[in-house]
Design a protein around this ligand. Sequence first.
Ligand code: 5GP
Length: 122
Amino acid sequence: MSYDNDNVFAKILRGELPNTTVYEDESVLAFNDISPRTPVHVLVIPKRPYIDMDDFAANGSTEEIGNFFAKVGEIARLVGLQEDGYRLVANNGKNSGQLVPHFHIHIMGGRPLTEDGMTAAM
Ligand code: 5GP
């Protein structure tokens, strides 16, 4: 399976679709989920075109992967979730129900997360 350049996150990265950015640098973009399931629901994506976690782990450099996950932690702090806690979700492939084929991490928080909170992003 090859990367689909027409997926919505590719369009966001090219500026063809609007987004509410919470953080951006040369390698990472974080923006609010269009359909938030928790009071804070941020998506973090690498700017390079990886389909999912499997693709990222197999083809990203160790530096790139380490940098990305460090940024995820920084962004969770930036949006104020470090004290009360949060959940990270990464849907990967068909059985996970991954909708957008550009690797992304959901950062979800702002209230106690029940089972609903966990399944809502899947
Ligand atoms: P997945 O199921 O692939 O892990 O999650 C994809 C997420 O992307 C969903 O939570 C969905 O609400 C969000 N999403 C889909 N299209 C857009 C969009 O155009 N803009 C934003 N900000 N989020 C989107």
